[in-house]
Ligand binder design. Structure first.
Ligand code: SAM
Length: 220
């Protein structure tokens, strides 16, 4: 089992603390190394974007073990997460100079069809609504954006899924997205298959009272 990246000195009142969902993503990528090597070839430099990096642990793991030479443009809407990301990258001695994070919603500031590998552990908890974006850095509510996903916990994820064709590279283009059972991932998978995507469940696990799964979406 590959080691979890180090993450110390982060303020978990402002940034999502790595939890079962985070660790499921690490296990997912450990299991996907061979598959991704066959898709991109060893030593290649795909563009990788994790949306909603939080602590930065997932992107750091991917840099360490999957794509040491990738071009990494990760994003988070929470500015505190962007800062935490760079702390984690530095703490783990990632020397790839192209690893950075950008504060934005989803991939809104990245050129269309630029991303080869997309990763998203979204705010997936069903809630009355998706929280408003705080107006100032000092606001205490940035962390609320990490969990509350509106109706079925799917409001943010559906926005992304509807943009997937526009976001992913036309060459290969693979997205890994995490779901809980209340997001109805089987219905989502069937809908996306009807839109022409190849969808596979790459890993799933019971985590407390929640069942989490990660679906892989690939162009047909
Ligand atoms: N990736 C981290 C992990 O696995 O530990 C954090 C996951 S947390 C469940 C969701 C993250 O998505 C939070 O860091 C939150 O700030 C971010 N987020 C929520 N809405 C977003 C949006 N529209 N665009 C970018 N990031 C968003």
């Amino acid at each position: 089992m590959l080691p979890t990246p180090k993450f110390s000195n982060l303020d978990f009142d402002k940034v999502y603390e790595p939890a079962e969902d985070t660790f499921l993503l690490l296990d997912c990528f450990e299991g996907q190394i061979q598959y991704l090597n066959t898709q991109f070839g060893p030593g290649s430099t795909p563009v990788i974007t994790e949306i909603g990096t939080g602590s930065g642990v997932v992107t750091t793991f991917v840099c360490q073990h999957v794509f040491p030479y990738g071009i990494v443009l990760s994003t988070d809407i929470n500015p505190h997460a962007c800062l935490a990301f760079m702390d984690t990258v530095t703490e783990n001695s990632i020397v790839n100079p192209t690893v950075d994070t950008l504060q934005m919603s989803l991939t809104s500031g990245i050129r269309p069809n630029a991303i080869d590998v997309l990763i998203f552990n979204p705010p997936y908890v069903p809630a009355e609504e998706v929280p408003q974006i705080p107006e100032s850095l000092q606001d205490s509510k940035w962390l609320d954006l990490a969990l509350s996903g509106g109706e079925d916990g799917m409001e943010v994820t559906w926005i992304l899924l509807h943009q997937l064709d526009h976001i992913l590279s036309k060459k290969v283009g693979i997205a890994y997205i995490l779901f809980c059972a209340r997001n109805k991932p089987e219905e989502v998978a069937n809908y996306m298959r009807q839109q022409g995507w190849i969808v596979d469940v790459v890993i799933h696990r019971k985590a407390g009272w929640e069942v989490l799964s990660i679906l892989r979406f690939k162009r047909n």
